[in-house]
Design a protein. Structure first.
Length: 420
């Protein structure tokens, strides 16, 4: 397209013919041009400027129809790193700089302070204790007796069902099928390992093949109600994910000596422990929360955005518990348990250019060798960063510094707005 005038001429023709925005690609034959035309359409129709939205390095020939539809450009979010953060995991070992994309003032500074304390204390010990992505189709049987017989048949036919599911994927492996019966309804919770992919699409496609095999081979009467019956549970907080896990169940812990607590936070282990017990445990319990932590979601959302994870899965990924103990000589033991951390290093948004670079900062871009090791390494790094965030916030609350930190960030925000 040689000029804005030419662009407007094409747009006027599309508008004259009543072509909807999502059909622009079909008409002009180029996804990047379609993005430009949609953006120009909105500018003309709404009287707004979208030049910042249009300032992007994304090649929409690569992402439109794969990561997004009806694209008009891209949104930019400030990107920072925290670190160095020492991690002593099974997959992640060493000092890491962790990318976080956020617009919340004081968050990165706080996590960075927690990372400093953990690193001075020898690092965060991390372990992935479970790994499995789930999809749970729902079936209807004529009666509870039929439901029980159906479950028995599924159990005895597991090897054939597994073969059908795994025929759709190179890296997905069906580990088990967990049945749940309610009246004449049966949920089958399929659990897969998915290599370095987060694996939701992989699990969905594999489970669809398994369901088709079940419907074809089961000798009785059975109806598939829905490929996803909400027993998975995806993008919703749920006890089943807290207990059985979904994605990676990962734990990070550290022992912070009293002199580090004093140097970094000017706080005592007893005071931090008391805040954790009375805020995170008692306060959360009294409120009926599913999670007992201070702000897992803050850290997880920022890393998810930076690295191209499915941001909606922050809902279940941020469930979890912070536990503390006062140990000998006034040291503080602190641990975070994340039962349902859903992350990957291949597929989805991880392929976008800035997100892939963010993953490369931690040495986890692309597939690991063997497959699965990069995703588990990322899970350990995220858990260690969550630990740093929890440690800092609990210490800030023990020192009554939470409001002052946010007030400082607010002053910076107001100064920037006045300059603007």
């Amino acid at each position: 397209m040689s000029s804005g005038k030419d662009l407007d001429a094409v747009l006027e023709q599309l508008e004259k013919e009543g072509v909807p925005l999502h059909r622009f690609v079909e008409r002009v034959g180029n996804k990047n041009l379609a993005v430009l035309l949609r953006r120009r359409f909105l500018e003309r129709k709404l009287g707004v400027s979208l030049s910042s939205v249009g300032s992007t390095i994304i090649d929409f020939e690569e992402v439109e129809g794969r990561n997004i539809e009806n694209a008009i450009g891209a949104t930019q979010i400030p990107l920072a790193v925290v670190g160095p953060l020492r991690v002593e995991g099974e997959y992640a070992r060493g000092d890491f700089y962790v990318p976080m994309a956020t617009t919340e003032g004081a968050l990165v500074a706080g996590v960075n302070r927690g990372a400093k304390a953990i690193t001075l204390s020898g690092g965060a010990r991390c372990r992935v204790v479970r790994d499995g992505m789930t999809r749970a189709p729902l079936f209807r049987l004529p009666s509870v007796a039929d439901a029980v017989e159906f479950v028995r048949w599924v159990e005895t036919s597991f090897s054939e069902i597994k073969k059908a599911a795994e025929s759709t994927t190179r890296f997905g492996k069906l580990v088990r099928v967990e049945p749940y019966i309610m009246g004449n309804l049966v949920w089958l919770r399929f659990v897969y390992t998915t290599g370095d992919a987060m694996g939701m699409n992989m699990a969905t496609i594999a489970t669809d093949a398994a369901c088709r095999y079940i419907l074809e081979k089961y000798p009785g009467s059975v109806t598939l109600v829905a490929l996803s019956g909400n027993m998975c549970v995806d993008k919703k907080p749920a006890h089943i994910n807290a207990l059985l896990g979904r994605g990676k169940t990962v734990i990070a812990e550290a022992l912070i000596p009293s002199h580090v607590l004093e140097k970094v936070f000017r706080a005592r282990a007893e005071d931090i422990h008391r805040v954790n017990v009375e805020k995170n445990l008692l306060g959360s319990s009294y409120a009926g929360s599913l999670s007992f932590n201070a702000h897992f979601a803050n850290i997880i959302a920022a890393i998810f955005i930076a690295t191209g994870q499915d941001v909606a899965q922050v809902v279940e990924s941020s469930m979890g518990w912070t536990s503390t103990e006062v140990r000998d000589s006034g040291s503080l033991y602190i641990a975070v348990t994340l039962p349902s951390l859903e992350v990957g290093t291949v597929g989805g948004g991880t392929q976008l250019p800035t997100q892939r670079e963010a993953l490369s900062i931690m040495g986890v871009a692309g597939s690991g060798n063997p497959p699965g090791t990069n995703a588990r390494k990322l899970a350990e790094i995220i858990a260690a960063t969550v630990l740093a965030g929890e440690l800092n916030l609990l210490a800030a609350l023990a020192r009554n510094e939470l409001a002052s930190a946010h007030a400082k960030a607010r002053r910076g925000e107001l100064a920037a707005s006045r300059r603007g």
